[in-house]
Design a binder for this molecule. Sequence first.
Ligand code: UD1
Ligand code: UDP
Length: 463
Amino acid sequence: MEGLVNIPGRFLNKLHGNKIMLVAGTRPEVIKLASVIQALQDSNMDYIFVWSGQHYDYEMSKIFFEQLGLTDPAIDLNVRSGSHAEQTAKAMLGLEKIMIELKPSLVMAVGDTNTVLATALSAAKTNVPFAHIEAGVRSWDRTMPEEINRIVADSVASILFAPSNYAVINLMHEGKLLKNIYKVGDTAIDTVNKYRGLLRKEGRSLLEELNLNPHEYFLVTIHRQENTDNIENIKNILSAINELSNYYRVVFPMHPRTKKRIKEYHLMDKLSFNKNIILLDPLGYFQFLGLLMYSLTVLTDSGGVQKEALALSIPTVTLRYTTEWIETVILGINSLAGANTKEIIDITLNKAKHYCDIRENVSSYVNKLKSINAGKNIAKILKAILNDSTINPKVDLRKCPYITYAIVDFSEKYLNYCLSLYNENFLATSDIKKAQKMLIKIPYTHILREDPTGKNSNRNITL
Ligand code: UD1
Ligand code: UDP
């Protein structure tokens, strides 16, 4: 590993104060960090940006820095492709070394990739507080590598930036302290909101180039391991796409993983000989979202695309059996079709038919999303935490013993330590108005401080 990480000299002294280390390594992570980086810069906060190199093709990495106006990362770990263990281990070796040398005050990453897993574990092992953006998001499908990555990242995180109420509830039910959870909104949606005008322009010019009419084509993205690495699933999905191309043209920018697998399975000809299917290389952000904005319906197994489609009010068919973005399904804009050919065809045609109603139904929710700036919220919270020595994102158990768990009568003073709420029948509830008892995890010293004699310290506590 010696020599793999070359830390530029100018950073060596830079990170000894309150400095943040941001880590990313794949296409969606750049997009989701863009608004955070902007907000850190606007608040004059020092940060260093490290790239794991899990994605490395120009169109999977550098194009996004260029389009979103981000400076190149200070360090590239050059992890590249490999098995889950290879990618995670290589990233950890590099990150551990950087964290030990640069001693950041806090490390932060977004999402659920192997890069995020490696970042969270390296931070935990080097005793640096880890902040996780997109905390609490769950598909409840533990066969997904991303689900495991999310769970591990959240369990070692000191600061949990949750995008939604659902995410907050998930974290509470997993026993995370309320005081470490911040509902900040979704950073991917910040980026959509920032560039709406430009996306429209780019979309129109790409439509002209591809000879497409607005709202008369389906957009497709596929890259999940469960679809690409399972020949039955990918065959079923491609059959559905072929059938759907008899109704509307299909635009399919292909992730490199998908292209590789489709070639290996000898399935490319079926697609490339179909004149109603437009196969493209992965697109830049403005081009892809431009196409998404004018599509009739999007078929995708991507996490990010489901949320962006909601932000742009585009009906969505998710090529999976679960989703971590449950609000999109509850709102009726997104349906899960899995890898079942008939379901995909029927659901997609139904979405296309009800395009206008679906958009109308989500309009008030989508309007609300426009006013949230998750990146700004994150920067503000980090500034307060890093500048306030009384708020320590990492509690040292040797100095602050914990009473671990107790059920206490509901009282506002314990809210910060609340893990879950119970109603009068002792059933778990997420409705604070119905709460009668709560499960808390509280520092021992806090209880003693409330009752210096110690006599009544357990007054409200049923052990
Ligand atoms: C990874 C993430 C996934 C995320 C996706 C975003 C994990 C476990 N998976 O999946 O959560 O949704 O990124 O796109 O972290 N390849 C190239 N060039 C590149 C990158 C990849 O050719 O620049 C090809 C290689 O053949 C590689 C394959 O794509 O083996 C898969 O790449 P990898 O990073 O392992 O996983 P993704 O499918 O991209
Ligand atoms: N995206 C892109 N070009 C493409 C396909 C997707 O810029 O050709 C963007 C998309 O807008 C979203 C992100 O990439 O912001 C999603 O990445 P991906 O689907 O690879 O990963 P996931 O979101 O599933 O983790």
